[in-house]
Design a protein around this ligand. Structure first.
Ligand code: CA
Length: 335
């Protein structure tokens, strides 16, 4: 097992269903020899592949934790050919606080990889995932949503990979998940992400952006529930049937890309953002996406925010309040 300060009673090699904890040292004023108990489950049977599901990477994104808690309660070894490892609350302190970042060390879990054995609590958890769990996994699915600050058209998210065969398998898995769109995303800042850590190890990695604005909806939870099930069937870990979009009377997953910085529109001013479009609506280059009102200068005209590309609006600012530098819109293009 990896050289980590985090311990667990779970035996990942055992054919069984085990639900337990990662014990993360967390000495505080209130609890000198205290431990953060991070839920984890492993269901193993037979010799198929290993899939690692994570939710709560950001603590204000709830579809992943909810879908994964339901999965770990339902899944039994007899239904599994391979191994399913489930971490419903990857940044547990952030999830408990309902915040994107850890309230303990202020860190973003998805910028903490590869982590550090002797680092702060977020770095310590990232290091455990990097050294103990990623090596076990053939497939990694990290379920995100937009968080409090963004709202997404529900999407599966993958990255452009150099390995053509892995890229093809990744796109196949993305289409199977069952979201309205699949985005091949150019990250604004990919250093330290779980995505990058898994991809660098050659793991098949898929992520999602399901809804957001810090709320759950029946539609986005359903996509998460069906998506994790469909992945288990697709990779031969569970028996079918696949629940395809066609069977639900829906159009196939639209394969799209966010290839460059022109897809992103940011605010250059503080104020109140008035969106003109909802996610899922088509946009033309130059079209008004919305406008920012300066509440301290109500007599001044609002700042107009325009699309820099033709495409589909897949993300917009979640709250009404906007600050200089916030991403207020993301436009995707067909692949
Ligand atoms: Ca996120």
């Amino acid at each position: 097992m990896a050289d980590s300060r985090i311990s667990t009673d779970l035996d990942f090699a055992r054919d069984a269903k085990q639900v337990g904890y990662l014990n993360v040292p967390n000495s505080t004023n209130e609890s000198g020899w205290g431990t953060l108990m991070m839920p984890i489950a492993v269901v193993k049977h037979g010799s198929g592949p290993t899939i690692l599901f994570t939710g709560g990477n950001h603590g204000d994104e709830y579809e992943g934790p909810v879908a994964l808690m339901k999965l770990l309660r339902a899944l039994e070894p007899a239904q599994v050919e391979g191994r399913v490892i489930v971490l419903p609350g990857l940044n547990m302190p952030a999830l408990l606080a309902g915040q994107r970042l850890s309230p303990i060390d202020g860190m973003n879990m998805n910028r903490a990889f590869p982590g550090a054995r002797g680092g702060t609590i977020t770095a310590m958890i990232a290091h455990y995932i990097q050294t103990a769990l990623l090596p076990l996994a053939d497939v990694v699915c990290d379920i995100h949503s937009g968080g409090r600050s963004m709202t997404f058209l529900p999407a599966v998210v993958v990255h452009q990979l150099d390995d053509a065969a892995l890229m093809r398998r990744t796109l196949d898995a993305a289409a199977i998940f069952g979201a309205p769109v699949a985005l091949v995303l150019k990250e604004l800042d990919s250093a330290g992400m779980l995505d990058t850590a898994a991809e660098d190890m050659g793991r098949l990695f898929i992520s999602t952006e399901l809804g957001g604005a810090g709320v759950l909806s029946p539609a986005t939870v359903k996509i998460a529930d069906l998506g994790v099930r469909n992945l288990l069937v697709h990779f031969g870990i569970c028996e079918g049937p696949l629940v395809t979009r066609a069977e639900q009377g829906l159009a196939p997953t639209r394969m799209m890309a966010v290839p460059d910085g022109a897809c992103y529109t940011a605010a250059a001013e503080n104020g109140l953002y008035e969106p003109f479009l909802e996610v899922g609506e088509p946009v033309r280059t130059g079209q008004l996406l919305g406008q920012v009102h300066d509440i301290e200068r109500p007599g001044e005209p609002p700042a107009e925010k325009r699309a820099q590309r033709d495409g589909l609006l897949v993300c917009r600012l979640g709250p009404g309040c906007v600050r200089r530098g916030d991403t207020i819109a993301v436009v995707a293009v067909d692949r």
